[in-house]
Design a protein around this ligand. Sequence first.
Ligand code: R5P
Length: 287
Amino acid sequence: MKLFSGSSNKPLAEKIAHALNISISPVEIFIFPDGERRFTLGERVVDKGVILVQSTGTPADTNYMELFFLTDAVKRSGARSVTAVIPYLGYQRQDHVFRDGEARSFAVIVNIIESLQIDRIVTFDLHSIKLVELFHAPFVHLSALPLFAKVINEEHMIDNETVLVSPDMGGKRRVGILAEMLGGIPTVSIEKNRDLKTGEISAHIVHGEVKKRVIIVDDMISSGQTIVEAVKILKKHGAERQWVFATHAVFSQKAGAVLAKVEVEKIYITDTLFVPEEKRPGNLEIL
Ligand code: R5P
């Protein structure tokens, strides 16, 4: 078995290689004067099972191109099978057309991935469960929810004043699953509306009763605005202690600075995406 990593999340690739008791195989990435890149595998892969690790967060386009070229290099070099571990699939929120004239960008990405004839794709916590159906290739959809449940229990966050909160309607199902894992604790749902032009968010509570201890659970944090609005409205409704759990730390724009000002005890994320030191707020914990 061989494992190659793109450049988006080398620390995660190292951990996977370590768990498999192998080393990351070398890849030479040569950058031409015009910015184009050439990928050359540094090891033979004929008849080998190959794992590629490449997350496709910011910059999504560059990271996807790396994934595409690496896959092609591996296939052309005679690998027996290719498993692509893409812990975060960029463009997944553009899975349908919101307004006339838009592209269905995620469907385009899926078509390209499918054309590469990858044997198996592994990813985490998709924005919507329906996205799995867009792929024909064998698809392993993993979740960080069991890990979140473990931490919530270990940190004794639950008492009879605790609720789980979905900061938007799309996350209701996810929060319901976690609530079950935690023995059926009550849930609250927030309805969020985002102005498609300005990105501004407005929110209100549509279901459930806010209690003193609140655990907000989301699939990803990008600008951080969803969390800002959720924390604000929950505090207004009586929340005294708040925690945040999110699988993917997309952390676009000034998310690090935005999150540093949010009044929560801790923000738990996973390592599906690499977060540079300068974007990590003081209360961030990477699971
Ligand atoms: C959206 O529907 C997702 O579940 C997240 O809530 C959202 O993508 C977070 O984005 P941001 O941090 O920019 O508000």
